[in-house]
Design a protein. Structure first.
Length: 110
């Protein structure tokens, strides 16, 4: 996934906080002047890997809201995990309302 780092204007931040159209209108982070998260790839910490079944996904964005690492993103065709940063905590799988995410052993994928 390509990440973009840019500084938002106060007007943009105000509009998104006060009147977001939906979860996709909110940027990955408001701390745009500190890109250290892009340098610390935490995917190698993972022992469990989230696997998304996009046939089940209803694109609600709950996984994105709960992911502590901003490592799952919801697009038009479903949810997509950024495995370079996902630590495999399983919160997304626990919170998904339609059980579209299962956690599998990382060792089965390396
Ligand atoms: S929580 Fe589940 S249904 Fe909602 S966007 Fe994420 S994977 Fe899809
Ligand atoms: S397993 Fe944890 S870190 Fe990985 S996408 Fe799900 S919530 Fe985020």
């Amino acid at each position: 996934m390509k990440s973009e780092v840019r500084i938002m204007t106060k007007e943009e931040v105000y509009r998104i906080v006060i009147d977001p159209k939906d979860h996709r209108d909110v940027p990955l982070t408001f701390i745009t002047d500190c890109p250290s998260y892009l340098m610390t790839k935490t995917g190698s910490w993972r022992t469990l890997r989230p696997i998304v079944d996009n046939e089940k996904c209803i694109k609600c964005g709950i996984c994105w809201k709960f992911c502590p690492d901003v490592s799952i993103h919801v697009k038009d065709d479903g949810a997509e995990v950024d495995y370079e940063f996902c630590k495999g905590c399983g919160i997304c799988a626990k919170e998904c309302p339609v059980d579209a995410i299962i956690m599998e052993k990382e060792e089965d994928y390396v």
